[in-house]
Design a protein around this ligand. Sequence first.
Ligand code: AMP
Length: 497
Amino acid sequence: MSENQSAPAQANPASIRFEDFGLSPEILRALADQGYVNPTPIQAQAIPVVLQGRDVMGAAQTGTGKTAGFSLPIIQLLLAHANSSASPARHPVRALILTPTRELADQVADNVKAYSRYTPLRSTVVFGGMDMAPQTAALRAGVEIVIATPGRLLDHVQQKTLNLSQTQILVMDEADRMLDMGFLPDLQRIINLLPKQRQNLMFSATFSPEIKKLANSFLSSPVTIEVARSNATNENVTQILYKVEEESKRRAVAHIIRERGLKQVIVFSNTKIGASRLARELEKQGLKASAIHGDKSQAERMAALESFKKGDVEILVATDVAARGLDIAELPCVINYDLPYNAEDYVHRIGRTGRAGASGDAISLVTEKDAKLLADIEKLIKKKLVPTELPGFVADAGHVSEGRSRREESRGSYGGERRPRRDEERGGRGAAAPLPRKEKIDPWFLKPYEPEKPAPVSALESSSAPTSAPAPASKAASSGKSQKPKLAALLGGLPKR
Ligand code: AMP
């Protein structure tokens, strides 16, 4: 990065229309289908710059509309090559979008498909935990835009089902999370496979020194686009904190959900076991809850998300890794069952609500032992947060079993949320980018990249999963089939009756 320019002063998006960018009628038609009228601030800034072919370093949180901010101009730029030939050779990979998680990859892919639906451009998504064969078939048929998680992308390169030699545009979405998850070596390998002459777009919610270093290494004279201060919390989100006793937290969550009549809420837990237990407890109390975390198979996570979007499930209990990048429109409320270990996760979590201009509430339960975590959050967001009593809630001291569960949870939480398996989680940890959450890193992530052998995926998944991973989830993940692991197995045994 020889020079770092800033985008022109932020325009008032209400006075700008998508037509003003010179986007093709096919793209405008797709946007009309989506019901988008005006570009969001990040779109208003990013679209013209990307259309000029410039590199971009975008500081944007999820929920700002950044996906369309990079997808729309990419589609526009690639239209010059669009053709309806059946020959795969006429559809080389021209744009590569890398994301840290399967969910985000899937979500970005859905957006790209929607925005390019009236053009002859082809796109596909590849991520781990799914059978490689359908992905291989899509890649072999020829696609201009590939959305991928890094590990599975390298597997396809290794198996020669993907050629990146004609890639003109590289997008790194949620770059901070990719570094956090130990993807730096994989990213470097991927960058080495691309032509030197290309356009690079990097988006990140936060800009740590490591992210700046990565940006310096591969962006060329980027335009910096910033729509919100790094680590800033969205002004549309009301932050509410309630003081509770450790033993009463699950009941407090149920109380809040009932009192507020919440019909769509994400509850964040720091641990997988905590998420499962809370979901089970809420279900016992007659609430429609489901847990998503790294031990659940891809198919299960997708199914839970679908049910949540449809309203069949009203409460999604999630860990940070599983929830990262989930786009659920108009989520009115999120609840932090635990304050996160990492203050930046607080910003990401509460960014699930108050999206695209809507208002939302972010409720956090705070216990006495959370003082340090709370202080870290206040320091990061530069705002004092004052916990108050939870109205109408009577704490009950006689919850011996809950007390025992909490102790078990703390034991289970030693490693925090295990990173998603296979490709999202694979990758060594580069000396160049020290990871901020050392205590949460499974040694498995320190291993160098090992290409996937052309063997049945199920065998690879079960052999390469960390020992802590329960076998049923691994198998289900690899086959893509929903083999729901028994709840008792998830919790490390059958519940005593
Ligand atoms: P993103 O930050 O890309 O995940 O987008 C956040 C949400 O905003 C998604 O639900 C998008 O569908 C929505 N969105 C993106 N662009 C616009 C727009 N111009 N107008 C209204 N909603 C939008």
